[in-house]
Design a protein around this ligand. Structure first.
Ligand SMILES: Nc1ncnc2c1ncn2[C@@H]1O[C@H](COP(=O)(O)OP(=O)(O)OP(=O)(O)O)[C@@H](O)[C@H]1O
Ligand SMILES: [Mg+2]
Length: 442
């Protein structure tokens, strides 16, 4: 069957032998027959039999030899056929695998003939050139001038090209295109057949942009207090040289700016440390009520100063959770600090923790949910997804006034990632905000 298919594709009979092969085999067989006949007749002649008996026995011996030879020749032919079929199947399976790989590829692949007509494209290419592009000229189905120009250059004898371009619709996407000359056997077109491969680099661009923004933001955050420090140093050395009151006031401000820079550097280092070990699950066991107690002890005086009461509600039999104490302390600290800072107008912050049973994503179905709720201005819905971005602040002035760096929730997000959970924020503008996270119970 496979041999028949190969014959159909190649137009050749894979099992047949050519003429020189047949002559060579016939000569070998004839020689063999003469030798065998000589040996048989010699043996019979020496045995003393009559010439009639020799003729009869010799005839049967030769007939037997001829039949045996035909049988062995047929057997060899059968083995040759089997080998040809196996070779043809292997070639077909390689070809099959090749086309499956091409069809399943995320990258789009398009092959153009010498006239720029599409002779092949894989499935991923359909979102660029449509479903019925085969046979059409590439400029009629693709509307990217930069890409079409590059294809034209390669088609008219240019070297392979690699270009990047941005497609703004329907959503901004960035692509890397590799256009290479692809000499095919049947090229009767006016130019060089061309192979086009398109690779989506949007995510890579986004990460790169984030890196650039991060460096810009971090430098900006450091530059502001640094500029203020330099300004005050100049003033203290010049106009305020002999003004004791001004000196005291300026030194106070300088101290605050230095603390701000120090906090920013600590937060940046903390963020990179957490990112480094984000893929390593924490091994410790942590008591949520212990964490909350430590945080309330630390933030209590600040909350009191800001006239914010902190209420804690959690059952006594709360299970322990799997986690890293120091990291989770940072999480609770930042959430409570934010609730006191930004929800001050509500005058109250609630911290609660509850046991939740029956969740399928935990080993025995038990989780502990921690919630920090404030009754301040709340957060507009469209701002919520951006809160965990580095340096993102809804109100930069308020955050800066309170010594904020805008890195707190970014740190929280990475710590929670490491703990295989995520931050949730529910808020109604004017009624406050609730931040929560679920942790796997030990
Ligand atoms: N409970 C909240 N209510 C209203 N806005 C909030 C609340 N929590 C956070 N935000 C907003 O989210 C922004 C980001 O918070 P994040 O904790 O990352 O930074 P920060 O508090 O400004 O700085 P840092 O945490 O370094 O002190 C804040 O600047 C604030 O605008
Ligand atoms: Mg914060």
């Amino acid at each position: 069957m496979a041999a028949a298919e190969q014959e159909k594709r190649t137009g050749k009979d894979v099992t047949s032998r050519n003429a020189p092969d047949i002559v060579a085999v016939a000569i070998v067989q004839a020689r063999l027959l003469i030798v065998v006949a000589g040996v048989v007749f010699g043996f019979l002649y020496l045995s003393g039999l009559t010439s009639v008996e020799i003729s009869i026995i010799g005839f049967f011996a030769l007939a037997f030899g001829a039949v045996a030879q035909t049988y062995f020749a047929e057997d060899r032919r059968r083995r040759d056929v089997a080998r040809a079929v196996a070779d043809s199947q292997a070639a077909q399976s390689r070809e099959g695998i090749g086309s499956v790989v091409l069809e399943q590829m995320q990258d789009a692949v398009v092959l153009l003939d010498g006239d720029g007509r599409i002779i092949y494209h894989n499935r991923s290419a359909e979102r660029f050139i449509g479903l019925t592009a085969t046979g059409k000229l590439i400029p009629s189905v693709l509307r990217e001038p930069v890409l079409l120009d590059a294809i034209q250059r390669v088609r008219t004898g240019g070297a392979a090209e690699e270009i990047e371009y941005m497609s703004p619709v329907p959503v901004e996407h960035h692509y890397q295109a590799v256009i290479t000359p692809a000499e095919t056997a049947e090229n009767d077109g006016s130019g060089t057949p061309t192979l086009l491969a398109l690779h989506d680099v949007t995510d890579m661009k986004r990460v790169e942009q984030m890196r650039v923004d991060f460096v810009a933001n971090a430098s900006h955050e450091l530059k502001t207090p640094l500029a203020s420090l330099s300004g005050f140093i100049e003033t203290l050395q010049g106009p305020a040289k002999d003004d004791a009151d001004a000196q005291e006031r300026f030194l106070g401000i300088m101290g605050e700016q230095a603390t701000r820079m120090q906090r920013l550097i600590e937060d940046l280092l903390s963020l990179s440390r957490i990112e480094l070990r984000e893929h390593m699950p924490p091994r410790g066991t942590v008591s949520v009520s212990g964490l909350v107690k430590d945080v309330v002890d630390a933030i209590g005086p600040i909350a009191e100063r800001d006239q914010v009461t902190i209420d804690v509600a959690m059952p006594d039999d709360l299970p322990m959770i799997r986690g890293d104490w120091d990291e989770l302390l940072q999480v609770v600290q930042n959430l409570v600090d934010n609730a006191v800072k930004y929800g001050q107008s509500g005058g109250r912050v609630e911290i609660s923790a509850d046991r939740i049973d029956g969740l399928s994503d935990s080993s025995d179905g038990t989780c502990v949910e921690l919630k920090v709720r404030d009754f301040g201005p709340g957060i507009p819905r469209e701002q919520i997804p951006r809160l965990t971005e580095r340096f993102y602040r809804i109100d930069v002035t308020t955050s800066r006034e309170r010594g904020g760096t805008g890195l707190g929730l970014a740190i929280v997000k990475h710590i929670l990632n490491r703990h295989n959970t995520e931050l949730r924020c529910d808020s109604v503008v004017g009624e406050g905000a609730t931040f929560s996270a679920r942790f796997l119970a030990e």
